[in-house]
Design a protein around this ligand. Sequence first.
Ligand code: CO
Length: 147
Amino acid sequence: MLPVRANSLTAMKLLNLDHVGIAVRDLDHALDTYRERYRVEPLYREIVEAQGVEEAMIPVGGSFVQLLQPLAGDTPVGRFLESRGEGLHHIAFVVSSVDDALDHLREEGARLVDETARPGGRGTRIAFVHPADLAGTLIELVELPND
Ligand code: CO
């Protein structure tokens, strides 16, 4: 038991706050607001079909603000906007391995949104943990590409 436990702890440790995800209705408008009010620029924007969003990543220190505009109403972020309106959607942490982190969370009985990793932006692998699992906060686990 002990080796498994030690292994899980290593795999699960959160390494960095990668980004804070914010749902917006109009990505261009949100970017203009960030630019004008806070003097920050996106590093890039891209369409992530797997998540049904166009996203822009604004670097702030060692982390990002991720602005998410849904590609359609019938997507997770589209449904979020419909029911909750614009605002904080999720927070994302870097882990060394999403697969190992999911194994660990399953052992812990955590309620997962994703049973397996899926593609995120920037060539990352990601998985979401259900907000019911931690104080109503949707958690995204991010494995950065090896480059
Ligand atoms: Co995200």
